[in-house]
Structures are given as structure tokens and as C-alpha cells.
Design a protein around this ligand. Structure first.
Ligand SMILES: [Zn+2]
Length: 407
């Protein structure tokens, strides 16, 4: 049987969009039968046309449609969005030349939706280094900030979300900007195991490598139409210097080609390295006498920085390298935790990610002004970072003991 995804209805009710669809063929196994895709906004969106309301669903299924050579049938679609599909698809084709991106989008009616005059910009905001860099760079553009629940945090992590929300409210208050939250089951409406099997050939991960760029940005479509915002910024995590060394669903070759209702999407901050971004944030705080709490952590489910995962370590060292105390940026570390950085066993603890931090530290800091616990980092031959065999063996033993005693 042909692979088909037929959208039967798009139901818009005050602040929520529900999608009713029928899936046929092999594709049926991919989608969760019990849970249809939905999105909820913290604002009333009742007045948006269905041709715009379809955009979030489309962006979250299109990579699936292409890889399964399926047909998607929809009743109406925003013309700009429809015309942009082939353009951002090219970004995927170029990024994953070993896969075939086929499929077909069948639309009954195309609609032109226009925003007559622009009323500012939209920034996606997660609270980390990339997001703050983007927000601060566009602060003067009458920014509305969008934060999504359902991507980094699961929909059942209420405590985590409450912390994110508090952080968001504080940031919006500090900078006097408007914010809207979004809740969606974008990671729960499909079978991720099956999708990862489909891309097993190239050893990639569905969310990171296929979904999260256009999948997330698409939620801005209803909001930009309603608030008349003609630019949407999505912060880059990689940098132009890394071209050819990574794959990622969020990339200038993909994100910048996505369009809807006259809106321009910008994959923002790609020209900056992570250290440049930390520098920009620190400079902003110094110039404007502002305090910023970064939220970068990978490990903490409570929405606060744990101060002992690789990402926390990296950001804390980057802040020290700019002559700042991470305590002033949301890292409530102890001396004991700082000491542990040296013995980090995470496979991401590789010198390439730390090279620039060390050179900035050497340029900006006097070793004696740094805490004793991290002076080794200033001095170390950076290529040896994370390579110490003894630490690795000790780490292995420690993990085994933890496993045996179920610690
Ligand atoms: Zn952490």
C-alpha cells in the first residue's frame, strides 16, 4: 500500500491546534495511533487561517514524508510556505547525500497570507548561551520571545517547566519584552525507535539530525501572522568555522530557506563561535550593568544548571576565560565541583571544544586571578585534555562500582 499521510482536519480552538489525520501504508507504524500531534500557545490564536495552522505539523512530518517516499494530502496551505518546501529540502539533500529524499505534497488550495507592515521580530529562546546571544543582538527590534515545552523538557516534567517559566518571566521582565510559551508533543507523536532505524545507515539521531530546526521554527508561523513580526531568529549551535565537520537539522542551508506568510527566518549567530557568544553576553552585562542567568545544563531535570555535566563545565570555563565568575551567570558551583572538571569522563570532553576557551583564558586572565581548582586548565597542553589514561581507567572502575552497588 502507498505511504500516505492525509490531513482530515485542522481544529483551531482559542489557544490550541489539533490535527486529525489518517496514515496509510508502512508509514502507519511510524505514527503514534493513540496520540495525534497538537500545539498549545499561551495566547489566543483563534483568528489564524488553517493554511498557516498547518505549518507546524508539516515541518514536523516532512523529513519523514521524504524518507518514506510518502504523499501528504492537505486542504489548504500558505503559499510562501508551500513554495519554500523544495528550497529547504535541498539543504537536507546536501547534508545527507547517502539518503533519498522523495515524497510529494498535495494541496487542494494555496493561500497567500501577508503581513502588511512589520512590527518587530521573534526570537526563539531556551535560556542558553546561543539563545541569549541572539536575544541581546536583536533586543532593539521589538522582540517577542518564544519558548517551547516538549523539546528539551518532556511534557511530564512539570517541575522542570516551572523553572524554565520562572527563568523566562524573569528575563522578559528584566528586558521588558513580550513572551509566548508553546507546548507541543513534537517528540511523542511518532515512534522514534523506528525513525532511528530508518536512518541507521548513516548513524544519525532523528531529533538532532532531522527534526529540530524547521520542526521548532514552524511554531512561529501562527504567532508571526498574529503579531505581524516579519523576522524570526533561531539561534545557531554550530558555527561557520565548523562547516563540513558536523551534521545537524538546524543549519543555515535549511533554516534560512523556510518561509511562511512574508516572514524571513534567520539562522542567527552562525558567524560567532561559542566563546564569541559568551564574550558578547559578558560585554553586554558589563556595558549595561545587567545580570544574566544562563540555563545550559544537559543533566538537570529541574531546569537549573547542575554544575557537573560537560556542558556546565564548558560554560563555566568559558566564563572564567572572559574574566567572570560563573556564579554571577547562574552557576552555583562549589570548589569541590570545580575540582572535578579535570576528571570529566564525558566523551564530549575533547580538546577541540575547549581549545578556544583556553586561548581566551590565556589572553584575558592572569593565572593567579583564577581559582586554584582550574589553574591546571590554563597550563595544560590542550591536546591532552580528556586523554589521561589513568583518569579514564579510574572512571571506568567508578562506573562499575556504582553499577554493582546500584548507587
Ligand atoms: Zn549541568
Amino acid at each position: 500500500m502507498k505511504n500516505q499521510f492525509i490531513v482530515d482536519d485542522v481544529i483551531i480552538s482559542s489557544n490550541r491546534i489539533d490535527y486529525k489525520y489518517t496514515v496509510k501504508g508502512e508509514l502507519k507504524e511510524i505514527f503514534n495511533e493513540k496520540e495525534s500531534f497538537f500545539v498549545e500557545y499561551s495566547r489566543n490564536i483563534l483568528n489564524i487561517p488553517k493554511s498557516i495552522a498547518i505549518v507546524p505539523l508539516m515541518c514536523n512530518i516532512l523529513p519523514i514524508i521524504w524518507l518514506f517516499n510518502a504523499e501528504v494530502h492537505i486542504k489548504s496551505c500558505d503559499e510562501d510556505f508551500y513554495n519554500s518546501i523544495e528550497d529547504f529540502k535541498k539543504g537536507y539533500i546536501k547534508m545527507y547525500p547517502d539518503l533519498e529524499f522523495k515524497g510529494k505534497v498535495c494541496v487542494e488550495k494555496l493561500e497567500k497570507n501577508s503581513i502588511s507592515e512589520s512590527n518587530g521580530s521573534i526570537c526563539f529562546f531556551s535560556g542558553g548561551v546561543d539563545a541569549f546571544n541572539t536575544l541581546l543582538n536583536h533586543l532593539k527590534e521589538n522582540v517577542t520571545v518564544l519558548t517551547l515545552w516538549g523539546a528539551d523538557l518532556t511534557l511530564n516534567d512539570n517541575d522542570g517547566w516551572n523553572n524554565v517559566l520562572k527563568h523566562l518571566e524573569k528575563t522578559a521582565n528584566d528586558f521588558k519584552i513580550d513572551y509566548i510559551t508553546i507546548k507541543s508533543n513534537l517528540k511523542d507523536f511518532y515512534n522514534v525507535k523506528k525513525l532511528n532505524e530508518k536512518i541507521n545507515l548513516i548513524k544519525k539521531e532523528w531529533w538532532h539530525d532531522f527534526q529540530h530546526g524547521i520542526g521548532v521554527i514552524s511554531y512561529a508561523a501562527p504567532i508571526s501572522f498574529l503579531t505581524k513580526k516579519q523576522s524570526v531568529y533561531f539561534a545557531s549551535s554550530f558555527t561557520a568555522k565548523d562547516i563540513g565537520q558536523y551534521t545537524c537539522a538546524s543549519d543555515p542551508t535549511i533554516d534560512n530557506y523556510l518561509k511562511f506568510c512574508d516572514v524571513k527566518v534567520i539562522h542567527d549567530g552562525y558567524e560567532f563561535t561559542r566563546q564569541d557568544k559568551v564574550h558578547n553576553i559578558v560585554e553586554f552585562c558589563r556595558k549595561n550593568n545587567k545580570k544574566i542567568e544562563l540555563r545550559v545544563c544537559w543533566e538537570s531535570t529541574g531546569g537549573k544548571n547542575c554544575c557537573h555535566c560537560e556542558k556546565c563545565y564548558r560554560t563555566m570555563l568559558a566564563l572564567f576565560a572572559e574574566g567572570e565568575d560563573p556564579k554571577n551567570y547562574g552557576f552555583d558551583y562549589t570548589k569541590k565541583l570545580l575540582k572535578k572538571i579535570r576528571y570529566c569522563q564525558d566523551k564530549r570532553f575533547t580538546y577541540k571544544k575547549y581549545e578556544e576557551i583556553q586561548s581566551s583564558m590565556r589572553k584575558n586572565c592572569n593565572i593567579n586571578d583564577l581559582p586554584k581548582e582550574i589553574r591546571w586548565f590554563y597550563k595544560i597542553n590542550i591536546k591532552k585534555l580528556g586523554c589521561n589514561k589513568i583518569y579514564k581507567i579510574l572512571g571506568k572502575i567508578k562506573r562499575k562500582i556504582k553499577k554493582i552497588f546500584k548507587l
